[in-house]
Design a protein around this ligand. Sequence first.
Ligand SMILES: Nc1ncnc2c1ncn2[C@@H]1O[C@H](COP(=O)(O)OP(=O)(O)O)[C@@H](O)[C@H]1O
Ligand SMILES: [Mg+2]
Length: 231
Amino acid sequence: MRLLREGRLEVAGRLVEATNMTLYCSVTLGGQSAACVYKPVRGERPLWDFPDGTLAAREVAAFEVSKATGWQIVPPTVYRDGPFGPGMCQLWIDADQSVDLMDLVRSRHPGLRRMAVYDAVVNNADRKGGHLLPMPDGNVYGVDHGVCFSAEDKLRTVLWQWRGRPLQREAVGVLAALERDLESGSLGRRLRELLTLAEVEATWMRVRRLLDTGVHPYPSEDWPAIPWPPI
Ligand SMILES: Nc1ncnc2c1ncn2[C@@H]1O[C@H](COP(=O)(O)OP(=O)(O)O)[C@@H](O)[C@H]1O
Ligand SMILES: [Mg+2]
């Protein structure tokens, strides 16, 4: 985290398939170095359904929730200054390129089941297959959380295979801890620095709803529930 926050950020190139200005960088501090992604606020493409200039903070908020779950879904992510101004900086993850993302998306991978719960909590509006980074050790990271935490329901994902299924006991435990942390713990305080009060309250409400229903959510009929393109 210190390396990401305080290291010297040097841009190496731009990810051309990205929709925002997403830069591949190195970050260096005291002889230590790592690859990272840097998305300056200035390079964010305006969207009709999210306020301008807020995507980087949403990515950091997504990391904070992931950290609170202990599920290692979002790679370490910080908000910091950089060569193109403030933005988000995230550790680069070397994914296992041999995994077929189409097969992974349709699988019953336990990490994806946890991610489906996580996405319902953060209200992820864009969980595509291409935003999954499978690791050689079996963990699956997710990236691109700029369009999360809307106060309105917008869950859009490729991970619907558990819809209506009971939440696993472990997930219920994690959700109960999240609820407390949002209400009166450091997670609530941190999210209020990154999001609007209404968005933090809506996050708490989504956790409450998951605990009350006890099941994985169903796709909505009121908005497209699968991202396009799905990969
Ligand atoms: N932390 C990361 N580690 C490894 N690859 C990443 C990381 N973040 C993004 N990528 C890759 O770069 C692509 C573009 O990044 P993304 O976050 O989707 O940018 P955008 O917000 O512009 O859509 C992703 O689909 C993924 O393949
Ligand atoms: Mg993307």
